[in-house]
Every structure is written in C-alpha cells, then in structure tokens.
Design a binder for this molecule. Structure first.
Ligand code: ADP
Ligand code: MG
Length: 129
C-alpha cells in the first residue's frame, strides 16, 4: 500500500452504538466522507498507528479498523479508532488526527463476542510492539 502512512483528520461522529465502550474498547468513528475519501488501495482490515488529538497535543498509540464489521453485519463501511489510553470524557465532535502506520491483519468474522474481544486485545498487544 503506497499510501501508508495515511493521515486523516476529521471530527468524531456517533457510531453504530454497538456498545464497544461497554467492552472497554471504545472506537471513535469518523463521518462518511472520510470513509469515501480513502484511497482505493487501502485494504480492509486492522491497522496500527499514532494519533494526536487537537487540543491536548499529546500523541497516543491506537488501532484502527477499516471495514464492514462483519460480526455486527454493518451495511456501511467505517473507520473506527481505538486510542490506547483512558479518557475521562467522551470527545464526540472534537477533531481527531490519525496517522495510520501499517497493516496488522485482515478483517475477520467471529462466532462469539468473546473471540472478537480477544482478537482486538491481540491487535492492541501487536500495536504496542
Ligand atoms: P459509538 O458507537 O458512538 O462510536 P463507542 O462505544 O464506540 O460508541 O464509543 C466511542 C466514543 O467513546 C468515542 O467517540 C469517544 O468519544 C469515546 N472514547 C473514550 N475513550 C476512547 C478511546 N480510548 N478510544 C476511542 N474513543 C474513546
Ligand atoms: Mg465506535
């Protein structure tokens, strides 16, 4: 993928309300236009990278899912960023800067919520390395 690292910057929108937050893996969703503007050679899957949020200036590690969320049977492609730190408050409407560094794995379906969660936790460990 010649477009990596890929940078995008947009406000955080409400997502599909899957309750990722209740699973301790909240994902900040970008609006549709960010998804529509992705270069065509950016494959569906899980990526890691760095993220900086305007306002704090701090840069954090993150994992990003680009795809269809097959476990949840989404009809719409999404870009969802899980930032690897705990925030005291939600930041809907704030500008999120994302630097997508490299590819971790392709998108997969899971037969249980537990296996989905453990795959995401594995992605987070890989991203840390
Ligand atoms: P939604 O379906 O609206 O995306 P989520 O359960 O995925 O809901 O939660 C995402 C929201 O949680 C983000 O938009 C953001 O405001 C907040 N949030 C808090 N901590 C984090 C984090 N570490 N990474 C991503 N989003 C976070
Ligand atoms: Mg989300």
């Amino acid at each position: 993928m010649k477009n990596l690292p890929y940078f995008c910057r947009c406000e955080v929108m409400r997502g599909f309300g899957h309750g990722s937050k209740q699973l301790s893996i909240p994902t900040a969703n970008f609006p549709e236009q960010v998804v529509d503007n992705l270069p065509s050679d950016v494959s569906i899957g899980i990526y890691y990278g760095l993220e900086a949020r305007v306002g704090t200036g701090e840069v954090h590690k993150m994992v990003v899912s680009i795809g269809w969320n097959p476990y949840y049977k989404n009809m719409k492609k999404s870009i969802e960023t899980h930032i690897m730190r705990t925030f005291k408050e939600d930041f809907y409407g704030e500008i999120l800067n994302v630097a997508i560094a490299d590819y971790l794995r392709t998108e997969k379906n899971f037969d249980s919520l537990e296996s989905l969660i453990s795959a995401i936790q594995g992605d987070i460990e890989e991203a840390k390395k």
